[in-house]
Design a protein around this ligand. Structure first.
Ligand code: GDD
Ligand code: MN
Length: 376
């Protein structure tokens, strides 16, 4: 009978797969197990390498996701894809030692614990071999904040190496946020029943090959994850991001307008029949709108839609043009709805605000499908 599934989310880990399978095999002698690599269509061919090994060893399985990114969602989908009663998640780069798996299995099948996890900061653990004092420090701060906000009291709630019963996970899988990388924290903060957790001290090693994917986004994703847990159900996280970017765009808009007006760029540049200051104002407004829109497009592409990011010159220019179109219609709808609200005797400021909210919802709905959507 299948006892245990080990889920290994991967992104560009081609050279680590074979070694990882060997190490799991050694660590789980005597167990009936399977390992599932959940790969997000890595450009280095990780999924193909995993399939190559899987053809010779049916204990190995591969889930390849197209057009998706994310450690947490990969872990969730991997865990839900196994019939094994017990599921574990670990990194595929060798930083997590599979030797701990047997002890963790012992703990969650004993009936004394619901979750077993490996901590980089428990008594007896070490992060020296990692060679990243900067990340150790950042993790310490993030852990402290996470403990405060979620009430989860572990020495390393950010750990990506843990084990639990499949049914514990499935009972609440639909309520997990699946955003970012802090999947264990997400589970512990989401599940209603208090989970009994056993810590295993981990010697967090250096990566075998390749480089970390979390370095660049780790802080940002952490904040997003906290927001998602806190307010995500009232105002969806992605819309909140989109709106925040939009608000920053307003700042850019004013800054550029002010710049053009103070330099008098419009007067020097355009010759027409308008009076000087009008001309300046119109040119300023056009520059400001273009700058703000471009700024919003770039920021949304980097942050709001990070996992669907458009890359390469042609997709970027196309995306920018579509975003421009979307926003232009958005501006029209904003003007129209502000007018309509005013006619309904809504106070001016409120009418303007209503117009802005309506236009943002429109821009968000359309651009998420049209610019960053799969069929866009
Ligand atoms: N499918 C998928 N999609 N896998 C991913 C993605 C993704 O977008 N991003 C990263 N991974 C995989 C990596 O290939 C690796 O197997 C594992 O997730 C961990 O990613 P790393 O890039 O090696 O992360 P790290 O070593 O910097 O981060 C460590 O610390 C975090 C907490 O600060 C890891 O131990 C994380 O698990 C941990 O949450
Ligand atoms: Mn790693």
């Amino acid at each position: 009978m299948l006892q245990l599934a080990v889920i290994l989310p991967t992104y560009n880990e081609r050279n680590n797969i074979a070694r990882m399978v060997e190490r799991i095999d050694t660590a789980l002698q005597g167990f009936v197990w399977e390992a599932i690599f959940v790969d997000d269509n890595s450009p280095d061919g990780t999924a193909e390498e995993a399939r190559r090994i899987a053809r010779a060893d049916p204990r190995i399985r591969v889930i390849e996701r197209i057009g998706r990114r994310g450690l947490a969602s990969a872990a969730i989908e991997g865990m839900c894809a196994s019939a094994a009663p017990i599921v574990a998640v670990m990194d595929a780069d060798g930083q997590h030692d599979p030797v701990l798996l047997a002890g963790m299995y012992e703990a969650v099948t004993s009936g004394d614990y619901d979750v077993a996890y490996a901590s980089r900061f428990a008594e007896g653990a070490s992060t020296e071999a990692w060679g990243r004092p900067d990340r150790v420090k950042a993790s310490g701060i993030a852990n402290a904040i996470a403990r405060k906000v979620t009430g989860v009291d572990l020495s390393d709630p950010m750990s990506g190496f843990f084990m639990l019963r499949g049914e514990t996970l499935r009972a609440d899988a639909h309520r997990l946020s699946g955003v970012g990388f802090k999947i264990l924290l997400d589970i512990l903060a989401t599940v209603d029943a208090p989970l009994r957790v056993k810590e295993f001290p981990l010697n967090f090693a250096a990566r075998m090959d390749g480089e970390s994917k979390l370095d660049r986004t780790v802080v940002f994703e952490f904040l997003i994850g906290l927001y998602d847990k806190w307010l995500g159900r009232v105002i969806p996280t992605r819309f909140a991001l989109f709106a925040t970017v939009g608000a920053l765009g307003v700042v850019v808009n004013f800054a550029v307008l002010w710049l053009v007006l103070s330099v008098g760029f419009g007067e020097r540049f355009v010759y027409g029949h308008w009076q000087g200051s009008d001309r300046n104002f119109i040119v300023g407004n056009i520059c400001a709108a273009l700058a703000a829109m471009t700024f919003n497009f770039v920021l949304n592409n980097e942050l709001t839609y990070a996992e669907k990011r458009l890359r390469g010159l042609v997709p970027l220019v196309k995306g920018w043009a579509k975003f421009f179109l979307t926003c232009s219609i958005g501006i029209l709808s904003q003007v129209a709805s502000t007018e309509a609200l005013k006619r309904l005797h809504v106070a001016d400021a409120l009418a303007v605000l209503g117009g802005i909210v309506l236009a943002s919802v429109w821009n968000f709905a359309l651009s998420s499908k049209f610019v960053w959507g799969k069929y866009g």
